[in-house]
Design a protein around this ligand. Structure first.
Ligand code: UDP
Length: 304
């Protein structure tokens, strides 16, 4: 089996490659990734939109993206290009190979969802010109282009929408802005945990092992051509409760500091996972506390 993985050096990709057997080619520009790759992969440092090849693959897995709001709002053009030209380029490689094409979309495509937990058939409520639009609108464009390839060329496309996945190998330096990694970093350093707004906004967090299990099923199961599936948790957690839980689990003396809210920050987010349960016979197994403990242990082992 031959796999092409775009963005494969990042948080999700670095976990996924440990579970794939075969010839793996990674294309990654290392714009946000940090980890050393195992020797078994062929690594090409390149932006997916600039990558060209005559090689054929059995699976094309398109992960390349800049998913952190604090990061993508600083790099809006690059963010849009990997989710538009990058997706187009990856789709063309898959079409010429007649490969299975898996796209890691995002819960972000729902924007400020009015239905929580959010099912796949909810169309979303997105500000098309807001600061987050570089990410959510381009992810939506990717999904539209992928469905066009499915309908026009019969390509075997599969789209997953992950919801706030976390675990070891998130960027541990605190600067990257994803909430779990930043709070653990701050708690271990004894710094104040920075909450944007009043902390009543919610997210539903998914531990990376659960994400892997679902992703392998989406990749290899039959009958999923053209499907779009939420991969996440339906258990909402308020950000203030997350902060207090991380302070407790790290035995930290840190306090909480309230900062002005982020613009267009979705007030609530959780996944309706009925479809994943039915099609994949999958649901998350790791509780937030268990997943946080494993993540905190890893942070302790790598933080300076
Ligand atoms: N957040 C926060 N403090 C931080 C980082 C994030 O309060 O230092 C909040 C943020 O406002 C959002 C949630 O945590 O409501 C999740 O943010 P993240 O950047 O992880 O990703 P998002 O789910 O917004 O894409």
């Amino acid at each position: 089996m031959k796999f092409l993985i775009t963005g494969g050096a990042g948080f999700l990709g670095s976990h996924l490659i440990e579970h794939l057997d075969g010839e793996i080619t990674l294309v990654d520009d290392l714009s946000t990734a940090k980890y050393e790759l195992p020797k078994k992969v062929k690594f090409i440092r390149q932006k997916i939109e600039n990558f060209h090849t005559d090689e054929k693959f059995d699976y094309v897995i398109h992960l390349a993206a800049r998913p952190s709001p604090e990061d993508y709002t600083q790099h809006p053009v690059e963010t849009i290009l990997s989710n538009s030209l990058g997706t187009y380029n990856a789709l063309e490689i898959a079409r010429k190979s007649d490969a299975v094409f898996l796209y890691t979309s995002s819960s972000e495509i729902y924007g400020n969802a009015e239905i929580i937990p959010t099912p796949e058939d909810y169309w979303g409520k997105v500000n098309p010109i807001g600061v987050r639009s570089c990410y959510d609108e381009s992810k939506r464009f990717s999904e539209a282009l992928i469905m066009a390839y499915y309908r026009e060329y019969g390509l075997d496309t599969r789209i997953q929408r992950p919801f706030n996945v976390y675990g070891p190998r998130l960027r541990e330096d605190g600067s990257y802005g994803r909430v779990i990694s930043r709070f653990i970093y701050q708690a271990l350093k004894g710094e104040d945990l920075t909450i944007f707004g009043d902390g009543n906004q919610t997210r539903a967090f998914l531990y990376v092992d659960d994400w892997i299990e679902a992703t392998l099923k989406i990749l290899f199961m039959n009958g999923l051509k053209g499907e779009v599936i939420n991969i996440g948790s339906d258990k909402e957690t308020r950000i203030i409760d997350l902060a207090n839980l991380i302070i407790q689990l790290t035995n930290s003396k840190s306090k909480i500091k309230l900062l002005p809210p982020r613009q267009d920050d979705p007030p609530r987010r959780a996944a309706d996972i009925s479809k994943a349960k039915k099609l994949l016979n999958w649901e998350p197994k790791t509780s937030l506390e268990e997943g946080l403990k494993k993540t905190i242990d890893w942070f302790k082992s790598v933080m300076k």
